[in-house]
Design a protein around this ligand. Structure first.
Ligand SMILES: NC(=O)c1ccc[n+]([C@@H]2O[C@H](COP(=O)([O-])OP(=O)(O)OC[C@H]3O[C@@H](n4cnc5c(N)ncnc54)[C@H](O)[C@@H]3O)[C@@H](O)[C@H]2O)c1
Length: 262
């Protein structure tokens, strides 16, 4: 028996990386998965892979996202889990972030999560239950240089998680994951430069960067009944990189400088 048997789960940014891995994991546990992504073709490929549905939607568009969630809930007759995962990053010094980039990072990462929660809550309250998992980042808790806007947006995601947990318990649990370095298309570019990337990976206490399915495993836990008494929490999934004495700072600074303003 699967942990999400008979449940309906919706995943933003589900077409790639951590979102795709979570779609695969959820489906393996019996969920019907709706893959929402601004890249409709990629979403369709993942939906086919997991036997779910695909929906081309940009999380910045609150109305479109709400309509997509409502359409899935109407078609399936239920809505149990939302993984607010869509996100994007950039590396450059704070004073070089122009208005357009600031708004893109805040709008996708923070407003997109807000839009997802705002749309999901009424649907979940209709049925009296639900689990929301948001995707932040270790950068929200331990910002590194040159990702001020991203870190600020992700810190906001953790605050939204706590607010949601306070406002919608006991019906809805709201939790968050904070991944460290995970191998996905978002981070693949770093590995083109092993001279700065490999020292970072070696310095991580667990000795390597993470895999998307290792984050998906924690998302599944938070979404499932196994986490029935867990709400408002952020679970760091980073191999220990953000521990104060991990010793990754020097290597990480070199890596981040390589890409800053690129
Ligand atoms: N990979 C990492 O090391 C890492 C670390 C910490 C946090 N995260 C977070 O994990 C989440 C997933 O990242 P990933 O590494 O899997 O990246 P990814 O680029 O592989 O996947 C992100 C997906 O989100 C979609 N997306 C982007 N903007 C969107 C928008 N406006 N509307 C709808 N869909 C949109 C993309 O099309 C893509 O399919 C992000 O929120 C990211 O910030 C990733």
């Amino acid at each position: 028996m699967g942990e999400l048997d008979g449940q309906v789960a919706m995943i933003t940014g589900g077409a790639s990386g951590i979102g795709r891995a979570t779609a695969v994991r959820f489906a393996a546990e019996g969920a019907t998965v709706a893959v929402l992504d601004r890249d409709g073709e990629a979403a369709a490929r993942v939906a086919q892979e997991v036997g779910g549905s695909a929906h081309a939607v940009d999380v910045r568009d609150g109305e479109a996202l709400a309509a997509a969630l409502r359409a899935v809930a109407d078609a399936t007759g239920r809505f149990d889990v939302l993984f607010n995962n869509a996100g994007t990053g950039d590396l450059r010094p704070l004073h070089t972030v122009d208005d357009k980039l600031w708004h893109r990072l805040i709008d996708v990462n923070l407003t997109g999560t807000f839009n997802g929660m705002r749309a999901a809550v009424p649907l979940m309250l209709e049925t009296g239950h639900g689990a929301i998992v948001n995707n932040a980042s270790v950068s929200a808790l331990t910002p590194t240089r040159n990702e001020a806007a991203y870190s600020a947006a992700k810190a906001g995601v953790i605050a939204l998680t706590k607010s949601g947990a306070l406002e919608y318990g006991p019906s809805i649990r709201v939790n968050c994951v904070a991944p460290g370095h995970v191998r996905t298309p978002l981070t693949a570019v770093w590995e083109q430069f092993p001279e700065v990337f490999d020292p970072v990976a070696r310095a991580i206490p667990l000795g390597r960067i993470g895999h998307a399915d290792e984050v998906a495993e924690v998302v599944l836990f938070l979404a499932s009944a196994r986490a029935s008494y867990v709400t408002g929490q952020t679970i760091v999934v980073d191999g220990g990189i953000s521990l104060p004495q991990a010793g990754t700072d020097a290597a990480l600074t070199q890596l981040l400088e390589k890409f800053s303003g690129a």
